[in-house]
Design a protein. Structure first.
Lengths: 464, 503
């Protein structure tokens, strides 16, 4: 008997959807029938079915409450509201059916009842959902700022901030381990939602462990579940965090393991733990050096790209991460100053331009000034002298210019001093004389003059 | 008894013959035909390269022109790779991994604890430890170690990042070379260069995307599979060019065939192919048309780029080239020229590094020194030359062998050898990288006092591959090719990017 009771109880989550469906349908048809009276007679019938199915849901719900060991405190609201819904459904039936004899109901406006009914069923359903999925199920995916604005408790998602100089002084638990656990574990292992009876938000609770006992074995990461569960294969049921949740990175897992191996200290700095720098290097900020400006731009039109490619010029996205383009005339040595116009539809997207080995002359500089995001420019093996190179001063992102094997003259080198972001110029086999390099006074610019030599050594000719 | 058996066999034959009637035959024919038809209907299910964005049609521009350039998923640090492989495995203990303690133990028996459970190619019984046969010095601002076997290397030492504790699980040349270049010690996987050209294409339409150059008198033990395309389309395999004679075999027109005649031949073949395409619409036919045209263009472009005679004298001297011969120096200069012309992947193999001590050429103190001299100047020149042309920031140079060599002197057959030598050793060896995205002057990893095993910063061959792909703009875990029902990666199921040597 007990078994049957429990089994029927477990059908509750299935059966509740019947009254929800009927009542929603009833409300919708009722609304629809305002102007199409021919549908009105069916509404009371739908509410009648809604009422009967709601009674059925109440019975199964009560059995589930008994069978699954929920406390009355937890289910209280859902239980009473469920019963209220069933009653309300019958009331709606009574109010709307033509044969109804209950007088006082006719005095209440139908619209008001309908709105109330809608609120009631929504709220009942929501309370039921909270019982199975937890209070914060619905708000969990929201960003922390919205959550706290709504009055939900949040666990600080602190980023690990380390850098090359201060990493040894950072606190091992507070600055490193705690943020990892907070970001990746605590959303399920906190006082409100304590999966596996495990709490991971304070040192005491971490040491306490969960329903299977301690999660850390002193000094042995491999045998500590806190670590080993993260290293299990994704499809293992014991893998933590469970599939679908944000996973810790390889570096984070490694760090937690090393921390446990070092005796999981909660106090002291990284230095006192003696853990090697390589464990933390992944958390140091990485200066992103790309061949394009650090900004978002619109996508280039496919038609313009295809037109240019048809002319024998390569056009490729530098990477699929951005819309900036790399353009190269490597297969079109006949490319001349006049051909430049064809590139103009892509002028905002071009960040890398290789015109090496083409027919371009000094006229090209003025035209290049129209490419606001140009970052890398290659003009090697051309006959440019640099007379107009001043026109490129307006290019605020230009980082590198290759002028090797050109007729570039030393006289124009000083023009480059005003370039805003220029970092590198290649002058190998240009017309610039070695002593003229000093005319470029901007110290941010590195000049590679080339002409490297490997002087002969006596050992070059010794055969052993 | 025997009669019974024969009767039984005869009965079986008769029954079988009866079972296979004409009706059965026609029935199974029909099924077979149906199957054939079905397979052609479902041809559209053939998985297309996932990296393709230019078109998502049934056959794309990529099918027609398999080397068309593609964008990598992430911002690349380099556009080209030059991989310098010292086939035979150079001794890290005489070149980059300085072990002063090993001097002290010179001549002593190797501790048993190190030998237990280890496999060696030739070492038998208890070998003796052998101290470094070279003198070491810290060079450059980085203060990294290099031996007197490589006197020119100091001029570029601050450009490279060392990996001091690479390890491999192979201890024989063939499998180890396959592992180093394809990520698997067994045959059948694509090489790194094939993956790179498959994923990125190649910029110069007149040159192959993946060129292989060999020197040292022999090709690698693992054969051409180390630059093969495995299960990738064969167009992505390395094209071996020779620095002596015709750069590509059979590329010259035969006697009596003029370039014009060749052109009209190809035009005629392509015309027929186009008609075939109009009939069957098989994209393979278009690919073939394209290949004929590319081969025709290569006839002019390849001999041009492979000719080092037109280089200025000072450049030739810097590399130490010997025009007309097959040499590592020539190949280094060619590598620069190829990268300059937009070739995606250049693979150099230099043979002759297997220094067991059995012959003079294969000795640690004599033969190895000659090999070091042959590569020292060319490598330094290659790095400097790329740098002065502004190409080093777009190119990755990788140097290494297939494994390292033992801290013990080899005692083949448990006897003293004619010369000083070291056996194969995969536990710890040195590789280095230089170029775009590489942290200049870095040294990652450390070996124990005698250089037997890595004790810090151990990296695997898969890690090296992951790093190369990372620099080219790929996530090695996402860069896959579907074959025989599963997605394959260069790094199989392993590999981590070695962030410590990235800038």
């Amino acid at each position: 008997m007990e078994v049957i009771k429990q089994l029927i109880g477990r059908l509750h989550p299935l059966i509740v959807h019947l009254p929800i469906g009927f009542i929603t349908l009833g409300l919708l048809v009722q609304w629809y029938a305002r102007k199409r009276q021919q549908y009105a007679p069916v509404v009371p019938l739908i509410f009648l079915w809604g009422g009967f199915s709601a009674v059925l849901a109440c019975i199964t719900g009560y059995l589930q409450y008994l069978g699954e060991g929920y406390s009355f405190e937890t289910v209280k609201w859902h239980l009473w509201l469920g019963i209220a819904t069933a009653l309300f459904s019958f009331i709606m039936f009574a109010k709307l059916s033509k044969t109804s004899t209950i007088r006082f109901l006719h005095k209440v406006p139908t619209a008001l009842l309908s709105v109330l009914f809608f609120v009631l069923i929504s709220f009942t359903g929501h309370e039921g959902g909270n019982i199975t999925h937890g209070d914060d199920y619905l708000v969990e995916p929201l960003p922390n700022s919205v959550k706290s604005a709504l009055g939900f408790e949040t666990f600080e998602e602190k980023e690990i901030v380390l850098n090359d100089t201060n990493w040894e002084d950072a606190l091992i638990y507070e600055d490193v381990i705690k943020p990892i656990l907070n970001n990746k574990c605590v959303s399920c292992h906190n006082p409100k939602k304590t999966k596996g009876a495990l709490l991971l938000h304070t040192p005491e609770d971490i040491q306490e462990g969960g329903e299977n006992g301690a999660v850390i074995l002193q000094g042995n990461a491999e045998k500590s579940e806190l670590f080993s569960r993260m290293t299990l294969p994704m499809d293992d049921d014991d893998h933590m965090p469970p599939e679908g949740k944000t996973q810790p990175t390889k570096e984070e897992i490694k760090l937690v393991g090393a921390w446990i191996d070092a005796g999981h200290p909660f106090n002291g700095t990284i230095k006192t733990t003696g853990l090697p720098k390589e464990l933390f290097a992944a958390f140091f900020p990485r200066k992103v050096e790309n061949d394009y400006p650090d900004m978002e731009i619109t996508e280039a039109s496919q038609d313009s790209i295809l037109t240019i490619e048809k002319a024998g010029i390569h056009v490729d996205l530098i990477s699929k991460e951005s819309n900036f383009l790399s353009v190269s005339a490597i297969n079109k040595p006949t490319f001349g100053d006049d051909d430049f116009e064809i590139l103009l539809p892509l002028k905002t997207q071009i960040a890398r331009l290789d015109l090496g080995g083409t027919q371009v002359t000094d006229i090209i500089f003025e035209k290049l000034g129209q490419l606001p995001n140009l970052t890398i420019l290659k003009l090697d093996h051309t006959s440019i002298t640099g007379r107009q190179i001043k026109s490129l001063t307006i290019l605020e992102h230009l980082k590198s210019i290759n002028l090797t094997h050109t007729d570039f003259e030393g006289d124009y080198l000083s023009d480059l001093s005003d370039f805003q972001s220029l970092e590198k110029i290649y002058l190998f086999q240009s017309k610039v004389a070695a002593k003229e390099i000093q005319t470029l006074t901007n110290e941010a610019i590195q000049i590679d003059y080339g002409n490297y030599e490997l002087p002969p050594l006596a050992s070059d000719s010794i055969v052993y | 008894m025997k009669d019974n058996l024969e009767r039984l066999i005869r009965e079986k034959q008769v029954r079988e013959a009866q079972a296979q009637t004409r009706r059965h035959f026609i029935k199974s024919c029909a099924q077979g035909m149906g199957g054939l038809a079905l397979s052609s209907i479902f041809m559209g299910c053939d998985p297309k390269p996932s990296t393709n964005t230019k078109s998502t049609m049934a056959f794309s521009e990529r099918d027609l022109n398999p080397l068309a350039t593609l964008s990598p998923p992430f911002s690349p640090k380099v556009k080209s790779v030059i991989y310098l492989h010292m086939a035979g495995a150079p001794s890290q203990l005489e070149m980059f991994d300085y072990k002063p303690q090993l001097h002290k133990y010179h001549g002593q028996d190797c501790p048993q604890s190190l030998l237990e459970g280890k496999k060696f190619a030739f070492i038998k019984g208890t070998p003796k430890l052998m101290g470094p046969q070279a003198e070491f010095k810290q060079e450059g601002e980085s203060g990294n170690w290099v031996s007197n076997f490589l006197p020119h290397f100091k001029s570029v030492i601050d450009e490279v990042a060392f990996l001091k504790a690479v390890h491999t699980d192979q201890f024989n040349h063939g499998p180890a070379q396959l592992f180093m270049h394809t990520g698997s010690a067994r045959l059948g996987r694509p090489s790194i260069g094939a993956w790179a050209t498959y994923g990125l294409g190649s910029e110069n339409q007149n040159l192959p995307g993946f060129v292989v150059l060999t020197s040292g008198g022999n090709t690698p033990d693992a054969g051409k599979s180390v630059w093969g395309s495995g299960f990738l389309p064969s167009v992505y395999q390395g094209v071996q060019c020779r620095s002596e004679g015709d750069p590509v075999l059979y590329i010259e027109d035969p006697d009596g065939i003029t370039r014009n005649l060749k052109k009209s031949t190809i035009d005629a073949i392509n015309q027929i192919n186009k008609e075939e395409y109009a009939k069957y619409a098989d994209p393979e036919i278009l690919a073939r048309i394209n290949q004929y045209e590319m081969a025709y263009r290569m006839q002019i472009a390849v001999p041009e780029v492979m000719n080092i005679n037109n280089e200025p004298e000072n450049i030739k001297q810097m590399y130490g080239v010997e025009p007309g011969k097959e040499s590592f120096a020539n190949n280094c200069l060619l590598a620069r020229k190829l990268v300059e012309d937009g070739v995606r992947f250049v693979q150099l193999f230099d043979w002759g590094w297997d220094t067991h001590g059995n012959i003079r050429e294969g000795s640690i103190d004599l033969g190895l020194r000659n090999k070091c001299r042959e590569i020292d100047r060319p490598i330094a020149a290659l790095i400097l030359d790329l740098k002065q042309r502004g190409l080093l920031e777009d190119t990755l140079i990788v140097w290494g062998g297939e494994f390292g060599r033992t801290p013990m002197q080899e005692n083949r057959g448990n006897k003293e050898m004619a010369y000083k030598g070291r056996d194969h050793h995969g536990d710890a060896f040195t590789m280095w990288m230089a170029g775009g995205g590489i942290k200049k002057g870095a040294a990652h990893g450390k070996t124990d006092d005698i250089g037997f095993s890595g004790i810090e910063g151990r990296v695997s061959v898969h890690d090296v591959h992951a790093t190369i792909l990372h620099l080219l703009g790929f996530d090695h875990e996402q860069f896959t090719y579907a074959f025989q029902g599963r997605n394959f990666r260069l790094t199989d199921v392993e590999g981590e990017v070695i962030k410590e040597i990235l800038s």
